[in-house]
Design a protein around this ligand. Structure first.
Ligand SMILES: [Zn+2]
Length: 90
């Protein structure tokens, strides 16, 4: 079960203290306990150390080895996620 706000989804599961150690992209958002929010193509995951308060990782929801392999839709979604998250982190 997730909560939705437009294109953004938040997992309903409680937060646990570590990232998937194998591949963050290949873990469904609802199985990655540090996921704060996700879209069709991306998920924002709370960085475990929090060296900077609110630090997050933006990870694709499919395994992409190189940024150049992102699709046009994934780039558009990335822009939407950054535009939504940056004001919250300022
Ligand atoms: Zn992967």
């Amino acid at each position: 079960m997730e909560a939705s706000r437009g294109n953004f989804w938040a997992p309903a599961s409680p937060l646990l203290p570590r990232l998937n150690p194998t591949c963050i992209s290949c873990t469904p958002p609802w199985h990655d306990p540090q996921t704060v929010v996700f879209t069709d193509a991306w998920k924002a995951v709370l960085y475990p150390s929090q060296a900077g308060l609110g630090s997050v990782l933006l990870a694709t929801r499919r395994h992409v080895s190189r940024m150049a392999d992102l699709t046009a839709t994934e780039w558009q979604d990335f822009q939407m996620v950054v535009m939504a998250l940056e004001p919250a982190l300022e």
